[in-house]
Design a protein around this ligand. Structure first.
Ligand code: ATP
Length: 609
């Protein structure tokens, strides 16, 4: 070795094939996509120099189950010996990139110069017999997975084009099964522009026999409803009932958004089937539609997006962003069109996919304005659409959280107060924004304290009569930092209502943390908590209209009253789904035992009598 020697990297081809098959491609079946794509690209290249050329791709399966060979033949541009050395023998080299490099526009599907290697996943040798449309002899190229290849001139003079021979390697038999093959070819090539025929024995069939008119004019899909739904079922394996045509302003991306016939989870990942230059490149494209559009599954064809090397995703670039927005616009405008011309259909979609619709309404005021009357919400009167609510109310109250809603739901319902539960995702946001899209309505956030204000106060006489008892009850609940208010309210079946201030809610969480933390942490939490204690009060409203409460507050029941009020307090906590601390749990246990004991002794004395 001298001071400076230059060496060439060696590529370990079998290592590369392993990487491709195990890490780049999701399934060895993609070799079908790669060979079909090479055939289509070769035909495209030939039509660039011979515009009248009629391309086709013929695929033949030969041999019996133990010895199958697949032959993929195209009448495309073919390869000269020079092309072979340059493009076939150099991994990463492609005749299809031209000046455009990896990310530019090209009329070809391929660009990376690695696709052919995927054939080694199913075959131990790739044999290519080719003759260039530019002239020259027929050549046979044999490539091996160890990185060696040979070329030989053949005496026969074939017409220009290429035949690729793949002999099934042990373990790959399923990929050479005639039915599996037909399915795979259809899966990737259903929309390809040149006829693809598959021949097996005597049987020969055209794989992409349907070229629906609406593929290039998605708007026409509306007048071919059944055909579109059949097509969707065949390609996506699911029967849909409705769809929305898609198209970007450039006209270079279009498709069909099939409306899912069932509700979907907000977090469900929705993947779409995307065809790049008519070849299926991905059935898992997730980033091609806006987030709110999780109620559709799409077939999308494009010739303007850049695939990644696995060809199963697209580069997240400005173009993709624009396409995503415009596809979203297609869906949005179709829904808005339905509001005018097909409102039953829109209402059906809203009922099934209310979360998607609400997500979009939070993003788009105009959309919200048009569809708001059909959006349903949970209210103290049951599930109601905004349209139904607006008929009777010009002010709509809503809570911000589920907890607040739980606290007031009984009382609000009993007082015929319509309150929307804003605890579900998007609902509080939509309620706040409602007056912006409908100026005939105002919305107000309701706090549990606001509802309690509509309680009826005791008369001055009653207040005097109950003063001492209320004070005793209040003192009993001091240790829980809860104050008592004796009121009358509806419904009379409701003995107590518990409201929690923001501070006392925070203090409860702090205390819950303190109970399960280490000494040091617990003392820090303790000092934090003591700072809040002053303001952290909850209130237990007791309903004097309730027969049990009025009995508790009868003179002579003082001893039982404290236990009963404590029990009403812990019961109110349970009703509001608040976690209880140790002290409250102990109170609950003691209270239950006390009542059992009382019941037993009352029963016992009954028997004795
Ligand atoms: N059927 C064919 N007819 C003519 N040329 C072919 C054919 N198949 C492959 N080639 C040549 O071999 C080159 C390498 O093919 P390969 O499939 O590996 O990559 P690619 O198609 O260029 O890019 P990608 O990796 O994106 O598919 C091609 O660029 C093309 O020049």
């Amino acid at each position: 070795m001298t001071n400076k020697d230059t060496y060439r990297f060696q590529v370990n081809l079998s290592g590369m094939i392993n990487i491709l098959s195990n890490h780049l491609y999701s399934n060895p079946r993609v070799f079908l996509r790669e060979v079909m794509q090479n055939g289509v690209d070769a035909v495209t290249a030939r039509t660039q120099i011979e515009p009248d050329h009629t391309g086709h791709i013929h695929i033949e399966l030969t041999g019996d189950i133990t010895n199958r060979t697949l032959i993929i033949e195209d009448n495309g541009i073919g390869l000269t010996e020079e092309d072979i050395h340059e493009f076939l023998a150099q991994i990463g080299q492609s005749s299809k990139r031209g000046e455009a490099a990896f990310t530019g526009e090209t009329s070809f599907i391929g660009r990376f110069g690695i696709g052919l290697l995927s054939c080694f996943m199913v075959s131990d040798e790739i044999v290519m017999v080719t003759r260039s449309a530019k002239g020259g002899p027929t050549l046979e190229w044999r490539g091996q997975p160890d990185g060696t290849y040979s070329i030989r001139k053949l005496d026969t003079e074939l017409s220009p084009g290429t035949k690729v021979y793949l002999r099934c390697k042990p373990g790959s038999e399923m990929y050479f099964d005639p039915e599996y093959l037909a399915e795979g070819l259809y899966y990737y090539g259903a929309l390809l522009p040149y006829p693809i025929t598959l021949q097996y024995g005597e049987q020969s069939k055209v794989i992409n026999d349907q070229r629906p008119v609406w593929l290039h004019e998605p708007e026409l899909a509306r007048s071919h409803r059944d055909e579109v739904l059949d097509f969707g079922e065949r390609l996506m394996g699911e029967r849909f009932k409705d769809f929305i045509p898609l198209r970007t302003s450039s006209g270079r991306t279009g498709g069909i958004a099939f409306v899912l016939p069932h509700s979907v989870n907000l977090n469900a990942k929705r993947s779409h089937q995307v065809y790049l230059k008519s070849m299926l490149v991905s059935d898992k494209a997730e980033n091609i539609l806006p987030d709110w559009a999780f109620f559709v599954k799409c077939l999308i064809w494009t010739d303007e997006l850049q695939p990644t090397a696995s060809r199963e995703h697209f580069y997240e670039d400005e173009k993709l962003q624009q396409v995503r927005e415009e596809l979203g616009d297609s869906i949005r405008s179709e829904l808005m069109r339905m509001a005018d011309y097909d409102s039953d259909r829109l209402q059906h979609i809203i009922q099934l996919h209310v979360l998607s619709m609400k997500a979009l309404a939070t993003e788009d005021e105009q959309f919200y304005r048009i569809i708001h009357r059909w959006l349903p919400f949970e209210t103290t009167f049951g599930r109601r659409t905004l349209g139904e609510m607006l008929k009777e109310h010009d002010t709509i109250y809503f809570t911000l959280t589920l907890d607040e809603y739980r606290q007031i739901t009984h009382v609000a319902a009993a007082q015929a107060l319509l309150v929307v539960n804003g605890g579900y995702i998007y609902d509080a946001e939509l309620m706040s924004a409602l007056p912006l899209v409908n100026d005939a309505v105002s919305t107000n956030r309701l706090m549990p304290e606001d509802v309690s204000l509509s309680f009826v106060d005791l008369t001055p006489d009653e207040r005097r009569a109950y003063y001492e008892l209320t004070r005793t009850a209040d003192t009993a609940l001091q240790r829980f930092r809860c104050q008592i208010q004796l009121k009358r309210f509806k419904p009379s079946e409701l003995p107590a209502l518990f409201t929690l201030s923001k501070e006392s809610s925070e203090l409860r969480s702090l205390e819950a943390a303190k109970e399960v933390s280490t000494d040091t942490l617990s003392s820090i939490l303790g000092s934090l908590g003591s700072a809040m204690e002053q303001s952290a009060y909850s209130t237990l409203y007791l309903n004097l209209d309730n027969p049990v409460v009025s009995k508790i507050f009868m003179p002579g029941n003082e001893a039982m009253m404290v236990v009963a009020v404590e029990m009403l307090y812990v019961n109110a906590l349970m009703m509001g789904h608040y976690p209880m601390n140790r002290q409250e749990l102990a109170t609950l246990n003691q209270g239950i035992l006390r009542f059992i004991e009382l019941g037993l002794s009352a029963g016992g004395s009954g028997e004795a009598r």
